[in-house]
Design a binder for this molecule. Structure first.
Ligand SMILES: NC(=O)c1ccc[n+]([C@@H]2O[C@H](COP(=O)([O-])OP(=O)(O)OC[C@H]3O[C@@H](n4cnc5c(N)ncnc54)[C@H](O)[C@@H]3O)[C@@H](O)[C@H]2O)c1
Ligand SMILES: O=C(O)[C@H](O)COP(=O)(O)O
Length: 528
C-alpha cells in the first residue's frame, strides 16, 4: 500500500502533484469527511495534510496510531495540538514562506478598503443608493501604521506601506534597531504603537502570550479614531472589547480576515457598519496555495525517503549545509546512548553530553536528540524518536546538559555521553573515524576501540594472569565465537575491562554463569 497520506482540507491540485507522482505514496482525499469519520479512519494513515480548517486535536492524534507526520499547508499551526503530536513522536511540518506575499497583499487590500470604505460603498451602490457624502475616507499618505509582529508578513507589509508613503512604527520582541533601520521604519514598544498609530495591523502568531493582546486596556491606550486590521489570527483580538471600542467611537473601523471561531454565519461585529471582513482569505490565491502545497508535499516525500524535512515545527530546523555536517554523528550518538543505558543498573537522573573537537563546532542539539533517543529506546521501545526523545526524558524527570569541551583526547572529534544515577556516573565516548565510521573509544575511563555494531560483551574483571584464557574457554563451551577483543585496565592487578564482539546474541543464563567466574565482577551483553 505504500505510505498512506490523507488530505483533510482542500489543497491545490498542482501543489500536490509531487505526491501524486510518487510511486511509494498512496493519497486519499478526506475533505468531505465529518469529524467522526476522520476520528474513525485516521489510524489508517501515515501522514495527514491540513490547512487551518481541520482541528488536529489530542483526541484525533491519540487515535492516529500510525501517524508519523502532519503537514500544514500554510503558516499557523494553532489548529494542531503540538504537544500531543510531540508526545506521540509525530513530526509537524508547515509551509512558512509560500503565502507571505498573499497575506501581505491582502493586508494592504484590507487597509485600503477600510480607509476608503470601499465594501460599504459597494454594498450601498448594490442597493441602488448613490451616496457620495457618506463614504468619505482618509488617505494613507503621512498616516502612521503600527505593525505588531514584524516577521515575514509584517516586514512585507512594512515594505508595501512605505510605498504608500506611510510612517511605520513596529513592535516585535525580536526586532533589532539595525533591522528596523534597514526597513526604513521606527522600532518601538507596544505602548509607542498604541500611542502613535492611526492604523494598527497585527502579524503575530496566536500564542498564549498573544491571545487577546488587543483587549479593552489596549484599545483605551490607542489614539482616538484608530483603525485596526487583523489578517493574522482571530484570538489575538478580544472581539467583545473591539465591539465596545467601535461603539464608543474609540476605534473608527476594523478590517478582519480572521475570527475567534471559524467558520461562522452570524457575528455581532458584522452588524457594525465600521467593520469590513473577509472569510479567512489571506492565503487564498492561486500562487500561495500552489506554493504551500508544493512545500508540504516535498517535505513529506523527503520524510518518506529518510531525508531531513525543511520546515519542521516541533523539531529545530537544520539548514541543509549544517545537516550534511552533523548527520554522520547521528548514528554514533544513538549507538552511544544504546550502549550506555545497558551499563545503568539504577534509574537515570541526568544525562550529560560533552562535545569536543570538530563536532563541538557544529549544531549539537540534533545530535543530543539522537543520543537521548538511543538511551530511551532500550526501555521505552521504538516509539521514541528524535521528535519526542527530549520530551520523554523530561517527563521522566531526567535533566539533560550539553557541554562543549576542549578535551579531544587526541581525537579530531569526540562525543562523551554520561549518565548520572543515584549512586554513580557511567559514560561512553565515541568518535567518527575518517572513512571508517563510528567507534566507541572509551567506556568510563577505560580506553577501547570498538565498532558499535552487532553483539558486544562487556566484562569488568580483575586484572590477573589467565582471565582472558578462562573467558575464551568459557565462551567456547557455549559455542560463542569471539570476533574482536579489547582489554584495558586501571592499574596492574587492578580493575580491568574487556569489550568483545561475538558472533551471536548471548543469552541471560550464559551471562549469569559468566558472572559466577571468580575474577569477573560484571558481564553485560549489548546488541546494537
Ligand atoms: N489570514 C491568513 O490567511 C494568513 C496567511 C498567512 C499567515 N497568517 C498568520 O499571520 C501571522 C504571521 O505570519 P508570519 O509568516 O509573518 O509569521 P512569522 O513567524 O514570520 O512572524 C511572526 C512575528 O511575530 C512576532 N511576535 C511573536 N509574539 C509577539 C508579541 N507578543 N508581540 C509582537 N510580536 C510578536 C515574532 O517575533 C515574529 O517576528 C501568523 O499568525 C499566521 O498564521 C494568516
Ligand atoms: O496561517 C496561515 O497560513 C493562514 O491562516 C492560511 O490559512 P489557510 O491555509 O486555511 O488559508
Amino acid at each position: 500500500m505504500g505510505f498512506r497520506v490523507l488530505i483533510a482540507d482542500p489543497l491545490s491540485e498542482e501543489g500536490i502533484a509531487p505526491l501524486l507522482e510518487s510511486d511509494d505514496i498512496h493519497l486519499d482525499l478526506g475533505t468531505e469527511w465529518t469529524n467522526q469519520e476522520l476520528l474513525e479512519r485516521i489510524s489508517d494513515y501515515d501522514a495527514l495534510l491540513v490547512r487551518s480548517q481541520t482541528q488536529v486535536t489530542r483526541d484525533l492524534i491519540t487515535k492516529a496510531t500510525n501517524l508519523k507526520i502532519i503537514g500544514r499547508a500554510g503558516v499557523g499551526v494553532d489548529n494542531i495540538d503540538l504537544d500531543a503530536a510531540t508526545e506521540h513522536g509525530i513530526i509537524v511540518i508547515n509551509a512558512p514562506n509560500g503565502n507571505t506575499n498573499s497575506a501581505a497583499e491582502h493586508t494592504m487590500a484590507m487597509m485600503m478598503a477600510l480607509s476608503r470604505k470601499i465594501p460599504q460603498a459597494y454594498l450601498s451602490l448594490k442597493n441602488r443608493q448613490w451616496d457620495r457624502k457618506k463614504y468619505i475616507g482618509i488617505e494613507l499618505k503621512n498616516k502612521t501604521l503600527g505593525i505588531i509582529g514584524l516577521g515575514r508578513i509584517g516586514a512585507e507589509v512594512a515594505y508595501r506601506a512605505r510605498g504608500q508613503r506611510m510612517n511605520i512604527i513596529a513592535y516585535d520582541p525580536f526586532l533589532s534597531e539595525d533591522h528596523a533601520n534597514k526597513l526604513g521604519i521606527k522600532k518601538g514598544n507596544i505602548e509607542d504603537v498604541y500611542q502613535h498609530a492611526d492604523f494598527i495591523t497585527i502579524h503575530t502568531p496566536l500564542l498564549k502570550e498573544t491571545r487577546h493582546l488587543l483587549n479593552k486596556q489596549a484599545f483605551e491606550a490607542m489614539k482616538d479614531g484608530v483603525q485596526i486590521i487583523n489578517c493574522a489570527r482571530g484570538g489575538i483580538i478580544d472581539e467583545e472589547a473591539l465591539y465596545e471600542a467601535i461603539q464608543a467611537k474609540k476605534v473608527a473601523g476594523a478590517a478582519l480576515d480572521v475570527f475567534e471561531e471559524e467558520p461562522f454565519y452570524e457575528h455581532q461585529l458584522l452588524e457594525l457598519p465600521e467593520v469590513i471582513a473577509t472569510p479567512h482569505l489571506g492565503a487564498s490565491t492561486i500562487e500561495a496555495q500552489e506554493s504551500v502545497a508544493i512545500d508540504v508535499s516535498e517535505d513529506v516525500i523527503r520524510y518518506v525517503h529518510g531525508e531531513a524535512v525543511r520546515n519542521p515545527v516541533n523539531l529545530p530546523s537544520i539548514p541543509r549545509e549544517a545537516l550534511s555536517e552533523i548527520e554522520p554523528y547521528f548514528l554514533l550518538a544513538e549507538k552511544l546512548g544504546q550502549f550506555l543505558i545497558l551499563l545503568a543498573d539504577e534509574p537515570v537522573e541526568q544525562i550529560n553530553l560533552y562535545y569536543s573537537g570538530d563536532v563541538a563546532k557544529t549544531k549539537i542539539g540534533p545530535i543530543t536528540r539522537n543520543a537521548v533517543k538511543g538511551l530511551l529506546t532500550r526501555h521505552l521501545g521504538d516509539h521514541v524518536n528524535d521528535v519526542n526523545a527530549l520530551y520523554l526524558a523530561e517527563k521522566r524527570g531526567v535533566t539533560i546538559h550539553e557541554n562543549k569541551t576542549s578535551s579531544t583526547q587526541g581525537f579530531t572529534n569526540l562525543i562523551r555521553v554520561e549518565i548520572v544515577t543515584k549512586s554513580k556516573k557511567r559514560s561512553v565516548a565515541g568518535t567518527l573515524l575518517n572513512g571508517l565510521g563510528p567507534r566507541i573509544v572509551k567506556v568510563d575511563h577505560y580506553s577501547v576501540d570498538v565498532t558499535p555494531k552487532g553483539h558486544l560483551l562487556v566484562i569488568h574483571h580483575q586484572d590477573q594472569p589467565g582471565v582472558i584464557g578462562k573467558m575464551g574457554s568459557f565462551l567456547a563451551t557455549k559455542h560463542i565465537n569471539i570476533a574482536t577483543m579489547q582489554v584495558d585496565r586501571a592499574d596492574i592487578g587492578g580493575n580491568a575491562i574487556m569489550v568483545m564482539t561475538v558472533d551471536r546474541h548471548i543469552e541471560k543464563n550464559v551471562l549469569e554463569a559468566l558472572k559466577q567466574l571468580e575474577e569477573i565482577h560484571d558481564a553485560i551483553s549489548i546488541d546494537l
